[in-house]
Design a protein around this ligand. Structure first.
Ligand code: PLP
Ligand code: COI
Length: 341
């Protein structure tokens, strides 16, 4: 099958309507077997649970073309597990893991023409999601749900690609102390939009959110976890009950410890420690690993020694190893790479 005629190297992180998507419905207490459809629209009731009380959870993972032309996904089992956790937290029926994994493969295969070729820097972003599709007017979970997966070719999440970004410390919270920050529910992202627009309007790339209870510990950005490198070359990454357990961060921690022989500590990180860090990066499926050059806290600048021009050496090493595994160039730990075709 021929590839679409896109400028693969110039794609942003944007939605393209691709050929096929997967749909399964939950009715009378069970999920149906699901199907592929060309229809990218969703007709629904004005009173559907998603429209009224925001019952929705989602995932994000990518498919990568290898040098020899195969297409891989990266640890899709973790996304399958996480969307089940997310669903249960907001009283939605979890979608079966095996069905999730098979459906991701179906969507990848059916959109082969849209999957960026090797070496273009672009990837195929896969967005599984589940939402309440039947009516609710009193505040309660809906009875019916729909699960869907679509995919879209994407370039870098931040416009500069791997150029260091500048963050500002937000006065807003993206999560509550005993809220939903640890699950991937659309409502968390609605929460972050005002802070996001404000940060952009002031010239920042993203927000750094602090812990919602005390505003003294580092949490995450609106869409990625943090990694820091200390001046001794150790990696520290925030541990918190209100951040999303990032697949990328968990993978990088493993890579650093077991493949690169580095020391990694996951702990609460006081914001006051940032000034002593050598490097900072944000990591996630969309962001991959993006270096942070500067964090601005109410006018006070914290500039990391790695600077505003390029990634620091440790973040670069992590980036090269992780992307090497994802692109099939470096042998990764067993079970991380799933060959779709
Ligand atoms: N944190 C938030 C709030 C996110 O939305 C994401 C993206 O999924 C991440 C972290 C990174 O998670 P992952 O590496 O699993 O994509
Ligand atoms: C991802 O990395 O998959 C995300 O969900 C981040 C953002 C696009 C919401």
């Amino acid at each position: 099958m021929e590839k679409k005629n896109l400028e693969w190297g110039n794609l942003g992180f944007e939605y393209h309507v691709t050929d096929m998507r997967y749909v399964s419905d939950y009715k009378d207490g069970k999920w149906d077997e699901g199907r592929l459809t060309a229809d990218a629209t969703i007709p629904m009731s004005e009173c559907a649970g998603i429209m009224q009380y925001c019952q929705q959870v989602f995932e994000g993972l990518k498919a990568y073309t290898t040098k020899d032309g195969h297409i891989n996904t990266f640890r899709p089992d973790l996304n399958a597990d996480r969307i089940r956790e997310s669903a249960m937290r907001i009283e939605m029926p979890p979608f079966p893991k095996e069905q999730f994994l098979a459906a991701v493969d179906e969507v990848v295969k059916a959109n082969y023409a849209w999957i960026p070729p090797y070496g273009t820097g672009a990837t195929f972003y896969i967005r599984p999601f589940e939402y309440a599709s039947t009516n609710v007017i009193g505040v309660k979970p809906a009875a019916g749900y729909q699960f869907r997966i679509f995919g879209t070719p994407v370039g870098p999440y931040f416009k500069g690609g791997a150029k260091p970004i500048t963050l500002c410390v937000s006065d807003f919270d993206r999560a509550a102390p005993n809220g939903t920050g640890m699950v991937k529910a659309g409502l968390n992202y609605a929460m972050s939009l005002h802070a996001n627009v404000l940060a952009h309007s002031q010239g920042y790339d993203e927000n750094m959110f602090l812990d919602p209870a005390t505003h003294t510990y580092v949490e995450e950005t609106g869409g990625a976890n943090f990694l820091f490198v200390t001046k001794d070359g150790e990696i520290v990454t925030p541990k918190s009950a209100s951040i999303l357990p990032s697949v990328t961060r968990r993978s990088l921690v493993y890579v650093a410890e077991h493949m690169l022989g580095m020391k990694v500590t996951q702990r609460a990180i006081p914001f006051s420690e940032l000034k002593d860090m050598a490097e900072c990066g944000v990591c996630g499926t969309a962001a991959v690993i993006c270096p942070v050059g500067k964090v601005v806290d109410h006018g006070k600048e914290i500039c990391f020694p790695s600077g505003m021009e390029k990634m620091g050496p440790v973040i670069q090493k992590l980036y090269d190893t992780l992307t090497g595994i994802q692109m099939g160039e470096i042998e990764g730990p067993e079970g991380w790479i799933h060959r779709v075709m």
